[in-house]
Design a protein around this ligand. Structure first.
Ligand code: URA
Length: 435
């Protein structure tokens, strides 16, 4: 077999066999196929696409290229959750203890963030003492004992995806639905869950800018799930503005705790409940999403969900007292207001710009070796639909110092608000379900 023949076959519209795809991925991992041929193939896929069968073969080849986790020693249907990423997305912090409180075991691996703000692991590590590196036996024992554990992704999960993604990133071949779908699903499949709930974001702050493209990506991922025998459901949720009001690691933990207490912003609570409802159904503990929802709501109102969060934090070495006392989370020394420069209705808040402003303050990483400042971030006081007068508070920045970085973040946050004389239409929070 020669890589050049496989590239040519794809280029002229042929469907690659499982063994041709396996040959490419094996050659990518062991270095026998040079980067330029893999890149040429990825570019061809961008133009010619891949069939469902090819996409599933690519996913499995990447999933099996490194460590695969066997979660079968843990009893129950293990349901994983994955978000395609967004600004202010702290739903895993809410959903993991919430569904665990309702009987669905969560044995989850999460990533660190690059860009915008931290990933779930960074957010959890903002809780004093919280450890995200557990050995396999401790990880399993914790899930069996309290129903939930979240750890950092092992370095050797789907190494083929890591290599391919690095090439795609520098050859303008990220934006291909079969390549994104196989990339995401290869990691989820290697992580071993029985069922997968996907939160596919759409809007300004997401990979998929339109709901139509988000549905296409979701459908491709659900098709992979069914081809490889993992039940998969995708919720399409909005990311045209940040989710909730906070962006920044400890601030996002604070907001997640508020939702678990039955407080917190409506949009974050709603998206979390929808995701969690599907997880209860996938996990086989609820018949349908309506009954799942009542169960989740009572876990919140009874305090069970918050107690599960505290037990989860304690089990991983963190300070469970944060659940009751938010001041135990890292606190920024200074707050700087962002006042409105004019009056009007808030029509929109550019999610990506707010994410970048939070990164400027130190809440995210520009390169993988950057350190994160857990305490800093942004709290949005005004959200779409609100009316503000000149000088009213748009947002509050939580910063280390009143310096140039903070000044440029203030400018950026102010510029991210779109104001108008008339109230704009409400944008839906949810754009559909693919299953
Ligand atoms: N996220 C991934 O994991 N892979 C992609 O290709 C794009 C986003």
């Amino acid at each position: 077999m020669r890589a050049v023949d496989i590239i040519r076959k794809k280029r002229f519209g042929g469907e690659l066999t499982d063994s041709e795809i396996g040959f490419l991925i094996a050659g990518l991992v062991d270095g026998t196929i040079p980067d330029y041929q893999i890149s040429a193939w990825a570019m061809t896929v961008c133009y010619m696409g891949m069939s469902d069968k090819e996409t599933a073969a690519l996913t499995l080849a990447m999933a099996n290229s490194g460590d695969t986790v066997d979660l079968s020693p843990i009893s129950g249907v293990k349901v994983d959750k994955h978000s395609t990423g967004g600004v202010g997305d702290k739903t895993t912090l809410i959903v993991a203890p919430l569904v665990a409180a309702c009987g669905v075991p969560v044995a989850k691996m999460s990533g660190r963030g690059l860009g915008h703000t931290g990933g779930t692991i960074d957010k959890l590590e903002s809780i004093p003492g919280f450890r995200t590196e557990l050995g396999r036996d401790d990880f399993f024992a914790q899930v069996d004992e309290i129903g939930v554990a979240v750890i950092g992704q092992s370095g050797n999960i789907a190494p083929a995806d890591k290599k391919l993604y690095a090439l795609r990133d520098v050859t303008a071949t990220v934006e291909s639905i079969p390549l994104i779908a196989s990339s995401v699903m290869s990691k989820k499949i290697a992580a071993g869950a029985d069922a997968i709930l996907l939160d596919v974001k759409t809007g300004d702050g997401a990979f998929m800018k339109t709901p139509e493209d988000a549905v296409k990506l979701a459908s491709a991922m659900v098709a992979i799930g069914s081809q490889v025998g993992r039940r998969t459901v995708a919720v399409i949720s909005d990311m045209d503005q940040p989710l909730g009001r906070t962006i920044g690691n400890a601030l996002e933990v604070r907001e997640a705790i508020e939702v678990l207490r039955g407080e917190g912003p409506d949009d974050l609570r709603e998206v979390s409940l929808v995701l969690a409802s599907h997880m209860l159904v996938l996990g086989g503990v609820a018949e349908d999403t309506d009954s799942a929802r009542s169960r989740l709501e009572s876990a919140i109102s009874s305090g069970e969900a918050l107690r599960k969060f505290a037990a989860f934090v304690a089990a991983q070495g963190g300070d469970p007292g944060v659940a009751e006392d938010l001041s135990r989370l890292p606190q920024a020394p200074l707050r700087l207001p962002v006042p409105a420069a004019e009056e009007g209705y808030v029509l929109g808040i550019e999610a990506e710009a707010v994410g970048l402003a939070a990164m400027t303050l130190g809440a995210g990483r520009a390169t993988k070796d950057d350190a994160i400042d857990y305490a800093v971030g942004i709290e949005l006081a005004a959200k779409p639909g609100d009316f503000v007068r000149e000088g009213d508070l748009l947002a509050m920045l939580y910063v280390r110092a009143d310096d140039e970085r903070s000044a440029s973040a203030i400018q950026a946050v102010r510029a991210s608000y779109r104001l108008g004389a008339e109230r704009g239409p409400d944008r839906p929070l949810l754009h559909g379900i693919v299953q």
